[in-house]
Write a protein that binds this ligand. Sequence first.
Ligand code: NAD
Length: 344
Amino acid sequence: QRVGYAVVGLGKLTAEELIPAIRTSQHARLAALVTSEKDKGLALAHASGLTDDDVYAYDDFERLAERDDVDAVFIVLPNSMHREFVERAARMGKHVLCEKPLSTNVADAQAMVDACRAAGVLLMTAYRCQYTPEHWAVRDAVQSGRLGTIRTIDSIHSHTEEDAQAWRMRREYAGGGPLVDVGIYSLNIIRFVLGKEPLWVFADLNQPQGDPRFAEIEERVAWMMGFEGGIVANCLTSYASRDTSALRVVGEAGKVEMDPAFNYTCLDFTLTDKEAAHRPRFASYDQFGNEVDHFAQCIREGKTPWTPGEEGVADHIVMDAIYESARTGQRVTLKLPAGQDPFR
Ligand code: NAD
């Protein structure tokens, strides 16, 4: 029995990536669409094998409670709307897959985790890059010791945004600029490959005056993260730079390079050890298909997803510290449990 998804928010990602991925997945099934744009909803429904009755307005969202064939809700709305819809889904007893960033700040993200726990439903943060063989190969190379002692990591994730009116450029909707939208991939994947939380961050941001795109949000954030063992990560994210999506992990005995590292397809992976550079081939896959299948299996088996809501909260904690460091010009120490923080 496939797990039925209702998708909320019919933007570009939903139409071009998520619906096709659900339809070709192994364990998921598209059951309903929720949108403020009825015509768009009907057109997408008809093109996806659904009927008019499967299209819901935001105000009708709670009617999904009557649909036994809807097991999970996939929230694909502007970031500031995630919390409301996650909490509404939890109250209906539906499991929730929520797009990244989980929310716009730590408090809201934590409230979403708490709401789902109280309702007894699963919450997963849609970190697609934690469902690819390439990123797992980086993690394995790091954690198996194949690269030797890890010394440094660097990562860039940038592109150019043109539309100053888009919700992404409005603080109220996005919660921040490129850091919360695309820089989050560098942050999340670095935490994933190391299997460690940063001990401190140090950051600088650029918000050029006179450019209407950056009236409310930053154009660029550059930040460092320090980890146990002296490992340092240097990251950069921008909304006004040529498309770049790169990750490099350098150890004493080897290194891994990915460029592109965070695109939807055609990721590049090279591992260089003492002998040679290796470029393994990976079987083809769909990142979005992998994540919806993973969550479907968790629902069927009652298991916590690999990237639960807590994983989204962890990134918000670091992003808040990055913004604080940029604002104050000071290195910010992250609050680790007592005994684990070498700076205290
Ligand atoms: P989008 O602008 O293409 O679509 C947003 C959807 O929300 C549309 O259906 C729109 O109608 C609806 N909406 C409701 N109220 C709105 C409002 N006030 N302003 C604008 N839209 C409104 O956005 P998107 O690119 O689909 O992003 C949605 C979510 O998905 C975001 O959280 C984003 O970070 C995430 N996302 C993730 C990936 C990924 O690779 N995992 C890629 C793109 C977007």
